[in-house]
Design a protein around this ligand. Structure first.
Ligand SMILES: [Zn+2]
Ligand SMILES: [Zn+2]
Length: 339
C-alpha cells in the first residue's frame, strides 16, 4: 500500500504525532482528495483536547481543507479527478431525514459528519470526504488563500448574510482576530455601515484598512455607549470567546437588534429586562454547508476579501496550533501540505 504523511492525535490532550499511514480509499459516495492546504482552527482543540464526546481516536484534525480530487468512489456523479475542492466543518448529511428535507442539512438526524472530528480531516496528504461536503474552489484563489474561508470565512460571511441586516444598516464586528478580520471585510463589502470593536489603539489602522468606517477601542471607550450614540447596531457579530465581553456590548444594539454569536464562549449571561425592553435577540449561527462555502469563496473573489495567513508546512502543525491557541497568530494559521 502507498503511504502518506499525516498528523494525528491518539488520545485526549495527547500530542500531535507526524506519522506514516496508508493512503485511504474512496468508498461509495465519497471522493479522495490530495490535500494542498488546511487551515488551523480554534475548533481543532475539540479533537486535540477531546472535549467533544463524538471524537474517536486516533484522529487526524483539520476542517479547512483545500485539495484536488484524485479518486472518486462509486455512486458519485458530480465530481471528477482534477477538480479543486474544499471541505469545511460540515462533513455531509443524508438528504432524506425530516430536518434535511426541511433544508436544515446542518442538523441532519441520520448521522453527524464533522470533518476532523468524526472522520479524518486535512492535517494529512490525503483525505476522504463525502461528495455532498465538497465546495468547488475558484481558480482566482490559491489553496492557502481558500483554506481559512472553509470555516472562518463561511462562518462570518454566512452569519452576516442571514442576520437580517440590510445594506446601509449599522453592523458591528466585535473582535479583530481570525474571525473578526474576515467579518469586517465581509460586512464592509456587503454594504453595511461597518464598525469594528477590539482592544487597543494599535488595531485601529488595520480595522479601517479592512473596510470599517469606524473603530471602537474597548480599552478606553464603552462600546455599547458609542454604538448607541451612532443610533444602535442592527447586528453585532460576536467573534470572541469571552461571554463577559459579549454581554458588555448588548446595550449597543438598536431596537430589534441581534447579537449574532459565532465565537464559542463557554457561557453568556444577558439581562432579560434588557432583551424585553429592546426586543433584542441573541442568535447562534452554524457555519454552513458546502454550498454556503462555495458562495463564500465566490463572494471573496468578487469582492476582494482575503484571509491574512501565517503559513506552516505540515510537519510544523503543532507549532501552528500553539500559535493559534495562544492568540499570537496573525490572523489565521494555514498548513501548506503541498510543501
Ligand atoms: Zn473551524
Ligand atoms: Zn439528514
Amino acid at each position: 500500500m502507498a503511504k502518506m504523511r499525516a498528523v494525528q492525535v491518539t488520545r485526549p490532550n495527547g500530542p500531535f504525532e507526524l506519522v506514516e499511514r496508508e493512503i485511504p480509499e474512496a468508498g461509495p459516495g465519497t471522493v479522495r482528495i490530495k490535500v494542498q492546504a488546511c487551515g488551523v482552527c480554534h475548533s481543532d482543540s475539540l479533537t486535540k483536547e477531546g472535549t467533544l464526546p463524538l471524537v474517536t481516536y486516533p484522529r487526524v484534525p483539520g476542517h479547512e481543507v483545500v485539495g484536488v480530487v484524485d479518486a472518486v468512489g462509486s455512486g458519485v456523479s458530480r465530481w471528477t479527478p482534477g477538480q479543486r475542492v474544499g471541505v469545511g466543518w460540515n462533513g455531509g448529511y443524508c438528504g432524506y431525514c425530516d430536518y434535511c428535507r426541511r433544508g436544515d442539512f446542518f442538523a441532519c438526524q441520520t448521522f453527524t459528519a464533522i470533518t476532523g472530528i468524526t472522520y479524518d480531516g486535512g492535517y494529512a496528504e490525503y483525505m476522504v470526504a463525502r461528495s455532498e461536503a465538497l465546495a468547488l474552489v475558484p481558480s482566482e484563489l490559491s489553496s492557502t488563500e481558500a483554506a481559512p474561508l472553509m470555516c472562518a470565512g463561511v462562518t462570518t460571511y454566512n452569519s452576516l448574510r442571514n442576520s437580517g441586516a440590510r445594506p446601509g444598516e449599522l453592523v458591528a464586528v466585535h473582535g479583530l482576530g481570525g474571525l473578526g478580520h474576515l467579518g469586517v471585510q465581509y460586512a464592509a463589502r456587503a454594504g453595511y455601515r461597518t464598525v469594528a470593536i477590539a482592544r487597543g489603539k494599535e488595531k485601529e489602522a488595520l480595522a479601517l484598512e479592512l473596510g470599517a468606517r469606524q473603530y471602537i477601542d474597548s480599552l478606553v471607550q464603552d462600546p455599547a455607549a458609542v454604538l448607541r450614540n451612532l443610533g444602535g447596531a442592527k447586528v453585532i457579530l460576536a467573534t470572541l470567546t469571552s461571554g463577559d465581553a459579549m454581554a458588555a456590548v448588548v446595550g449597543g444594539l438598536a431596537p430589534n437588534g441581534i447579537l449574532m454569536v459565532i465565537g464559542a464562549a463557554p457561557s453568556l449571561t444577558v439581562s432579560p429586562g434588557q432583551m424585553i425592553a429592546g426586543k433584542l435577540a441573541v442568535k447562534g449561527w452554524y457555519s454552513g454547508t458546502s454550498i454556503d462555502s462555495q458562495d463564500t469563496l465566490a463572494f471573496s473573489v468578487m469582492a476582494g476579501v482575503r484571509s491574512m495567513n501565517e503559513v506552516f508546512p505540515l510537519e510544523r502543525a503543532a507549532e501552528a496550533y500553539e500559535r493559534m491557541m495562544s492568540g499570537k497568530v496573525r490572523f489565521r494559521a494555514v498548513l501548506d501540505v503541498s510543501r
